[in-house]
Every structure is written in C-alpha cells, then in structure tokens.
Design a binder for this molecule. Structure first.
Ligand code: 13P
Length: 249
C-alpha cells in the first residue's frame, strides 16, 4: 500500500517566530490520520522546525539541496547538512526552481542521485506549463521530465521517491486542475513508470497533486484513485487551512 501524504511547501515565507507559531498550531490541532504530514520551511528555520515538531508525527523536509557533497558553492546546502539537523526528505525539481533558478532536467537528475546516495527521500516535482496543455503537449512533456529526471535510477531506488505532479498553470493562480485532469495525468504517470520499470513500482509510488489545493477542493482531488495526496503552497501557510486539507485525506 502506498503512503498518503500531505506536504506543505512554505516556499520563501515565515520568519523564525512565525515558523514557531505555525508549527505550534499544527502540532496542537493535528488530526488523527494515517497520512504522512510534511512541512518544508525555509533553510534557515529547518533546525528550529525539527525541534518544534519533535513530539509530533509531522516531518520537516527541505525545499532544495545542492548535488555536490561539499565545497565552493556559495549559498548552497548539502545533503549532509540536512541529515545533520534531522531532515531526511528533500523536494527536488519544483517548477519555481526550474523557472527562476535555471534548474534543468540534467541538474535535477544529479540532485536526485546525490540525495539518494545519502539515503534521503526525494519528493520530485514536475508538470507542464499552460502552453503545453493548450497545445496538447502535456503528456509528452511530463514523460520527458520523468525520463530525464528519474529514469536513470535503478528499480531499487524507487522506494525513496515520491512524485509531485504540479501543473505550472495551477500553482499560486487559484486555478486548480480538475479532479479528472489530475486523475488522468496521475494514471498516465503510473503507466509511464510501469512501462519503464514494472507495475509493482508504479503501484507503490505515491503521486501527489500540487497547484491551488485548498480546503474547498482537497477532498474531491484526493478522492481520485491515483492521487495519493497533495503538495500544498499557499494554503499550507495557514494552520486551519492546512489542517482542513489533512483532514480531507
Ligand atoms: P499553491 O498551492 O500555492 O498553488 O502552490 C503549490 C506548490 O507550488 C506547492 O509546491
């Protein structure tokens, strides 16, 4: 059985004080759930966040990492640094990293390999732009992102991979993919993995949907067979909204 997961990507939001407040609210109100709950604060607050959730089942994860083990990479963070403060999961390939920071499929593939080499779990993000969907290129593009980012991996590595399909046109726009569009793409992703590897891997990988998930639409999106949870941006910054989304799963 694959895990259900609700993950909050806080992006470049929340000071240390705000991080403490939000995590205190979340740990206080966390519903009883079998789903994994993750939050990804900014790097500078990760260590404090790990302390804040130490008595709860919430996992603190990172938004990014560098592929090198260490060295002259000013401003970057390594896998060992994350592990050292108790963070063992990292988001790689978010569309904002791809679009604003020039992270190509080739760079992302290196990051995935580097993370797995340190036994980190990877939440790998991908998804099409509006233009791709309008021109009916979205399946092809998603297949390419999967191939370029992940299909170099051995089958055994897939137990450490979580996928997050985030159509760029739905991120932060208030426009969400319909539950049917999400299901259609998630089923396609699973089929693509089955073709490359096998159905056992395809059926066991959790595939999250991301893009304007809110309390009002979470339940319907999560009800779809191949949607195993969500990667939540804006709505993860408010305790009541994030709790409502966790309850929806
Ligand atoms: P929003 O939920 O704000 O659309 O962001 C989604 C996202 O990018 C999560 O990584």
């Amino acid at each position: 059985m694959r895990s259900k997961i609700v993950a909050g990507n806080w992006k470049m939001n929340k000071t240390l004080a705000e991080t403490n407040v939000l995590l205190s609210e979340l740990t206080g109100k966390l519903p009883d759930t079998t789903a994994e709950v993750m939050v990804a604060p900014t790097f500078v607050n990760l260590a404090a966040a790990v302390q804040d959730v130490s008595a709860s089942s919430i996992q603190v994860i990172a938004q990014n990492m560098h592929f090198a083990e260490n060295g002259a990479y000013t401003g970057e963070i390594s896998a060992d640094m994350l592990l050292d403060i108790g963070v063992d999961t990292v988001i790689i390939g978010h569309s904002e990293r791809r679009a604003y920071f020039g992270e190509t499929d080739a760079i992302l593939a290196k990051k995935v390999v580097a993370a797995l080499a340190k036994n980190l779990r990877v939440v790998f993000c991908f998804g099409e732009e509006l233009e791709d969907r309008k021109t009916d290129n979205h399946f092809k593009l998603v297949a390419e992102q999967l191939k370029n980012g992940l299909f170099q991996l051995d089958a055994s590595a897939w137990s450490k991979i979580v996928l997050a399909y985030e159509p760029v046109w739905a991120i932060g726009t208030g426009e969400t993919a319909s539950p049917e569009q999400a299901q259609e793409m998630h089923a396609f992703i699973r089929k693509t993995i089955a073709n490359q590897y096998n159905t056992e891997i395809a059926d066991s990988v959790s595939i999250l949907y991301g893009g304007s998930v809110k309390p009002a639409n979470a339940k319907e999106i999560f009800s779809k067979e191949d949607v195993d949870g969500g990667l939540i941006g804006g709505a993860a910054l408010n305790a009541d909204d994030f709790i409502a989304i966790i309850s929806a799963i």
